[in-house]
Design a protein around this ligand. Sequence first.
Ligand code: ADP
Length: 332
Amino acid sequence: MSSDNSISKINQDNSGFLDSTLRPDHWSDYVGQESIKKNLSILLQAAKERNHPPEHILFYGPPGLGKTTLAHLVSKESNCPLKITSGPAIEKVGDLASILTNLSAGDTLFIDEVHRLNKSVEEVMYPAMESGVLDIVLGKGPSARTIQLELPPFTLIAATTKVAMVSSPLRSRFSGGVFRLEFYNEEEIQRIINRSSEILGVDIDEDASKEIAKRSRGTPRSANYLLKRCRDFAQVNKHTSLNLKGVIETFSLLEIDELGLLRSDRVILNTLIDKFSGGPVGVGTLAASLSEEYSTIEEFNEPYLLQIGFLERTPRGRVATAKAYEHLNHKI
Ligand code: ADP
């Protein structure tokens, strides 16, 4: 946080425009998730000693918690170049066959949103992961025959925000481990903000970084996003550093409250309370009444509202808790 790096100095420079600028490149910069890091370090060291690529790994958890970043770090640590794709991009068995046969020995294949792989592609994945072979069916009907291609040794790293939608046969083939990423505490998020500020050349004071951390929903991606918005606000207002006052003004413009709730979170909770008497109500019904995407509520809004105890998941649907009523000034 060097004070000579004034906001105006970064005006001319596009650093921080890309997500990758702030992505940790070393384990020492990857804050938190200690248990995952310990497990991975053993997995990677054991693989190195056996002179073999690490076994397949699945990361799951809400968006922005660092799954892709972990994939990059594992690939770098094990010296296995990373090839990146995603579940919806692999539409046909042929797409997967082409990806797998183009891998070189030791490559790491990263599949994001793995819960969106279709069934036929998934079935080809099983022997590829388990036995390192690709079964290709040629022809149809009685004359169909299967040929088997041996694949180079590779590591599959997959990520998902919806682990319940990953079938159990697929899940069980992640022999290196299935890891759940947790939300970060405020102190960890503040460390991430301080590091990002240094990279972006933003001079930020302690109170300001604390306040951003408080409102980041325990999520590094949100923390970096909010830091950049506060930087924009400071730059446009010709401030030379980020202080608490400027940060609070930015949050009020962004309509983000002191717990980090966005306007959309408050709309969801208010609708649940006003229209559905606090629930229980299914996410589908809630989404329809808000003209919002089901998946946005389920994957983006809901995890944090559950985490801070504003929402409860019951077999009959979602319920707003007393804490939510209190925060939004509703009478129970
Ligand atoms: P996901 O794949 O879970 O959606 P990403 O790995 O893309 O999340 O993380 C989003 C951004 O948040 C990264 O580019 C990085 O800048 C930051 N980030 C995530 N996890 C960490 C961490 N543990 N320490 C520091 N920065 C992190």
